[in-house]
Design a protein around this ligand. Structure first.
Ligand SMILES: *Cc1c(COP(=O)(O)O)cnc(C)c1O
Length: 227
């Protein structure tokens, strides 16, 4: 399938989910996750009108950056190794995986401007998942005040891999509730307006529950996407 066809499908699903939940589709940004695909396929996504691309490895990001430059806005969505920060920090606008103070310190040191960060939260509690425990999120965010280049744009989570709709919904709702708690702190460096949640499998539910950024790989740019 062409990326453009997949995108039309996904956009119409997002519109439907917005209608269900009384939201406006303009509130939802689609990030094409290009980590599994070629530079050509990423290029096709940009030509289809996708303005946001996500990668989870420095090599992938840099090789695509060589071809596409800053035409798309770049999102780093995967676990970030501290020593890799310097390779990508001046290429990305958003970091979706801030999960420890040592990483915040390195980002702060290597960037000379504010980096839009998502604090990654392990809502589902699965051991295999990265991210901060929900109970520790508020204290973690307060600790970020010391870093002048860190801006907390929002929270991010990866839902458990399941088709159990109620479990997915509960996960997304918990992230939304946590976002509201952060907003009530009224921290200048942590407006926390965004919610990065929803992937190929679960973006419709994520949008119904308040996602403002969905990170979609296989259903959008996968060569054999089934939508
Ligand atoms: C790979 C990945 C995605 C996209 O996954 P799909 O299931 O292919 O849509 C989204 N978010 C993160 C953090 C990822 O690593």
């Amino acid at each position: 399938m062409k990326v453009l066809e997949n995108l039309k499908h996904i956009r119409s699903n997002i519109e439907e989910a917005c209608k269900q939940s009384g939201r406006s589709p303009e509130e939802v940004t689609v990030i094409a996750v290009t980590k599994y695909v070629s530079v050509e396929r990423a290029q096709e996504a940009v030509e289809a009108g996708i303005l946001h691309l996500g990668e989870n490895r420095d090599e992938g990001l840099l090789s695509k950056w060589d071809h596409l430059g800053d035409k798309p806005t770049w999102h780093y969505i995967g676990t970030m190794q501290t020593r890799k920060v310097k390779n990508v920090i001046d290429k990305i606008t958003y970091l979706h995986s801030l999960d420890r103070l040592s990483l915040a310190k390195e980002v702060n040191k290597r960037s000379n401007q504010k980096v839009k960060c998502f604090v990654q939260v392990n809502v589902s509690g699965e051991e295999s998942k990265h991210g901060i425990d929900p109970e520790a999120v508020l204290d973690f965010i307060k600790d970020l005040e010391q870093f002048e280049h860190i801006q907390v744009e929002g929270l991010m989570t990866m839902a458990p891999y399941t088709n159990d709709e109620s479990q997915l919904r509960q996960c997304f709702r918990q992230l939304k509730a946590l976002q509201q708690e952060v907003q009530q702190l009224h921290l200048e460096f942590a407006p926390c307006r965004e919610l990065s949640m929803g992937m190929s499998n679960d973006y419709r539910i994520a949008v119904e529950e308040g996602a403002t950024m969905v990170r979609i790989g296989s259903a959008l740019v996968g060569e054999e996407a089934e939508v």
